[in-house]
Design a binder for this molecule. Structure first.
Ligand code: SF4
Length: 366
């Protein structure tokens, strides 16, 4: 059977290793399991091979290595997983990378293997904010990393920033944005996330370090103003890019596309079913090595859920939703722009996206 490569299909590979734990992070990642790296990579290869054989997964139009810190894995181990993944011609392949891992040799290995995008986890360029976030790199490491990414020949790449770290001022946030846009090698894609307080993290136990909602809303509005003035188009709540530099893999998620997650804690979505793997790398390696699947749970989406989620996800993007799927309601005034049959969030609406999505009327779009 010839695999269908016309429909987008993504592969997400979770790499659950980090050097140190950032105190705001609730991701499934570990600082004390480096000894598992080789067996973990081998188990990921096996999971891919089984998915090809028994699930008939199509060639991937996008592959995304996320984590954790994918660049923590030796480049040849990461490439061993990538090599096992059937890819469509011209597939986008992204690797998340910490600035301290931005090395020419690593990037050369990635490029030779078909990696097309780097996503650098920068968070801030302001030293005291980086310290407050518990990040180990400094401003100079960010500048150097940007240069190394561009010198390696990556045309499309991005930087992630976080607003609202303890001690960050509006001026600090603006400086981070202007710094990254002003680098000799400026990223064509910028993600700007609001720091969120995740239950159970060390940050959650320190209320004096929690970001203020009004301050965050103001910084979000600053972000839109500064980035759009510089030519970055808003794509989705937290993502902006220069024309032609959208992340294909992100768009797949935002448009309810199908994807297969590989590795511990990875989620998959195919044929109206979602499932997720066991959370720890130890369990994942054990299940795979013993010939079992690594699935920890699943759910089948009802047609109503599918329709609602499609709208809720679409609402968060610049494409918006069909106009008729949001009622004419004074409460939505100023939150939604209606034009050409579409309803798209305004900047203020983006700050209240979850509240607006409760007003969606799924049956209208059916
Ligand atoms: S580097 Fe990223 S994944 Fe790792 S602990 Fe920090 S925020 Fe979490």
């Amino acid at each position: 059977m010839t695999p269908d490569t016309t429909t987008p299909f993504g592969i997400y590979v979770h790499i659950p290793f980090c050097r140190a734990r950032c105190d705001y992070c609730a991701f499934a990642t570990y600082t004390d399991r480096d000894h598992l790296m080789e067996s973990y990579a081998a188990a990921c290869v096996t999971e891919v091979e089984r998915a090809v054989e028994s699930e008939g997964i199509p060639q991937a139009t996008s592959v995304f290595f996320g984590g954790g810190t994918p660049s923590r894995l030796a480049a040849d181990l990461l490439v061993s997983i990538l090599d096992a993944i059937p890819r469509a011609p011209g597939a986008e392949v992204t690797v998340e990378c910490n600035p301290e891992d931005a090395e020419a040799a690593r990037f050369a290995t990635y490029r030779a293997a078909g990696v097309t995008r780097i996503s650098l986890g920068v968070q801030s360029t302001v030293p005291h904010v980086l310290v407050g976030l518990g990040r180990r790199h400094g401003h100079d490491a960010v500048v150097a990393a940007a240069g190394t990414v561009a010198a390696a020949g990556f045309v499309s790449w991005g930087m992630d920033l976080i607003m609202g770290g303890a001690g960050e001022t509006d001026a600090d946030w603006e400086q981070s944005l202007r710094d990254v846009m002003g680098f000799a090698s400026a990223p064509p894609h910028i993600s700007a996330y609001s720091l969120t307080v995740e239950p159970g993290t060390p940050l959650a136990a320190q209320p004096d370090r929690h970001p203020d909602d009004d301050v965050q809303a103001h910084r979000y509005e600053m972000t839109e103003e500064i980035l759009s003035t510089a030519g970055y188009n808003w794509e989705e709540i937290s993502n902006w890019s220069l024309p032609g530099h959208e992340c294909r893999h992100n768009r797949l998620y935002w448009h309810q596309g199908e994807y297969r997650g590989i590795g511990s804690a990875a989620h998959s979505h195919r044929d109206g079913r979602r499932w997720w793997n066991v959370r720890t790398p130890d369990r994942f390696v054990k299940e795979i090595e013993q010939g079992r699947i690594a699935t920890a749970g699943d759910e089948v989406l009802s047609p109503e859920q599918v329709r609602f989620e499609a709208l809720a996800l679409g609402l968060r993007t610049r494409d918006g939703v069909p106009e008729a799927s949001l009622p004419e309601d004074p409460d939505l005034e100023g939150l939604v722009d209606r034009r050409d049959g579409r309803a798209v969030l305004t900047v203020r609406g983006r700050l209240l996206a979850n509240a607006v999505s409760t007003r969606l009327v799924p049956e209208v779009s059916a």
